[in-house]
Design a binder for this molecule. Structure first.
Ligand code: NDP
Length: 327
């Protein structure tokens, strides 16, 4: 099956790309993937997306975006992309190819990769049990719900320090749970958290489990000086924020698209254009939008904006090549 514009991913980036691509008469096809709505669906409420003055449930917001894309003719395929074959010199006979669930092959003039990223979790069972009920991987998204409460942030990198600082502006107290005897973050971030009277850093601590009835009320930590010297310490907390890194969902593209050391798709400047593995040559018609190409901001509004840019560039690319709207 042929489409002028194929979009992989159904988060804010993918759906926004679809709205713009559909309105540009590109008849986009969105492959929605395993988590329809994307990462946002793991949060409880969205209060910082413009246009929703009273906040909005993530499901509602993503459904709104999806219906908006559908209104202009977007088609949706529920399935997982299992293989891609991008061409460095695509032609009508040799277009970009995308396999869904190993069986159906889609051919496309343009592909917008909007596969997002996933926060890393510790892997302890209680993380899942309390997900959305005290466990979060985004302080900017959920911090507001913990005003004047006590929270913990796990991690010792720049993200953890930033999140701890942000939460300290809202909460009564913030613990940082750091597994090493030092922080990995940049010096300036380290200074900030160390000098913030609301932040207490618990070095060489690991989380054993979360406790509480129906929601997070505490955490059992273990302090390691050595294998023989482990003491369990309990802290009372209302929120438990993971800040131990993110992993972009880009493995699928590794043989075609330039990625950085952490797997984020490389784009340059303001453009969502993707590059071949050398990182030097553009891959014509291939664009990246949202968190799969953004190690820094990781916000729905930024992802939506980059989805818009990708669709505009895809349209421009097709116009330059004078490709017909449909085949
Ligand atoms: P990092 O990989 O830099 O840090 C991850 C932190 O989580 C480390 O302290 C690591 O510990 C800890 N960690 C990892 N796995 C576990 C685990 N299983 N249990 C406990 N702790 C764990 O990730 P960040 O997201 O902080 O940063 C990613 C990149 O983005 C970095 O290059 C960073 O500098 C950059 N960044 C820059 C910002 C800025 O400039 N304002 C803001 C945010 C990020 P350990 O040290 O022991 O490995």
């Amino acid at each position: 099956m042929y489409t002028p514009c194929l979009i992989i991913g159904s988060g804010p980036a993918g759906y926004t790309a679809a709205i713009y691509a559909a309105r540009a008469n590109m008849h986009p096809l969105v492959i929605e993937g395993p988590q329809i709505g994307g990462q946002l669906m793991t949060t409880t409420e969205v209060e910082n997306f413009p246009g929703y003055p009273d906040g909005v449930a993530p499901f509602q917001m993503m459904d709104d975006m999806r219906r908006q894309a559908e209104r202009f003719g977007t088609q949706f395929i529920s399935g997982r992309v299992t293989k891609v074959e991008f061409q460095s010199h695509p032609t009508k006979d040799q277009p970009h190819k995308v396999w869904v669930d190993d069986t159906t092959i889609y051919e496309a003039d343009t592909v917008i990769i909007a596969t997002g990223a996933g926060a890393k979790y510790l892997g302890i069972p209680s993380e899942n049990e309390y997900r959305g009920r005290g466990v979060s991987a985004c302080a900017t998204c959920d911090g507001f719900f913990y005003r004047k409460k006590i929270v913990a942030v796990v991690g010792g990198g720049d993200t953890a320090c930033e999140e701890a600082q942000y939460l300290a502006g809202l909460c009564e107290k913030v613990y940082m749970i750091v597994r090493k005897p030092y922080l990995r973050a940049s010096n300036i971030m380290q200074e900030r958290v160390k000098n913030n009277p609301k932040i207490e850093i618990l070095f060489e601590h690991n989380t054993l489990r979360l406790t509480g009835e129906n929601k997070v009320e505490g955490a059992d930590l273990v302090y390691r000086k050595g294998e023989a010297d482990e003491t369990v310490r309990h802290i009372d907390i209302n929120g438990f924020f993971l800040a131990i890194g993110h992993k972009p969902n880009t493995e699928l593209f590794k043989d075609f698209v330039a990625r950085d050391a952490e797997g984020y798709i490389v784009t340059k400047g303001y453009s969502p254009q993707c590059y071949d593995l050398s990182g030097e040559y553009e891959l014509p018609g291939i664009f990246a939008a949202g968190d799969c190409a953004d190690p820094h901001y990781r916000q729905a509004i930024i992802a939506a904006a980059s989805g818009c840019k990708s669709a505009m560039e895809a349209d421009k690319y097709r116009r330059i090549l004078d490709l017909t709207p449909t085949k």
